[in-house]
Design a protein around this ligand. Structure first.
Ligand SMILES: [Zn+2]
Length: 68
């Protein structure tokens, strides 16, 4: 998946063997490349509607992006 697919502003490739790994690697990329965005995400409560919508999109993209 790309950073953009995960809601980020660039097209860097983020890879992970599992959904959890992908999410962790995406977050690591955010920390490294977009620290302000990473801070915003970390400050957001997990039951925030935006966070729930993000999770649904992430799960859908994960299912439709087979090779990485
Ligand atoms: Zn990025």
């Amino acid at each position: 998946m790309t950073c953009a697919q995960m809601g980020g502003p660039c097209t860097a490739e983020v890879v992970g063997a599992t959904k959890e790994e992908m999410m962790a690697n995406g977050m690591a990329h955010m920390d490294a490349a977009h620290p302000e965005m990473a801070a915003d995400i970390k400050a957001m409560p997990h039951d925030d509607p935006k966070m729930i919508a993000w999770n649904e999109k992430f799960n859908a993209d994960w299912e439709t992006t087979p090779e990485n």
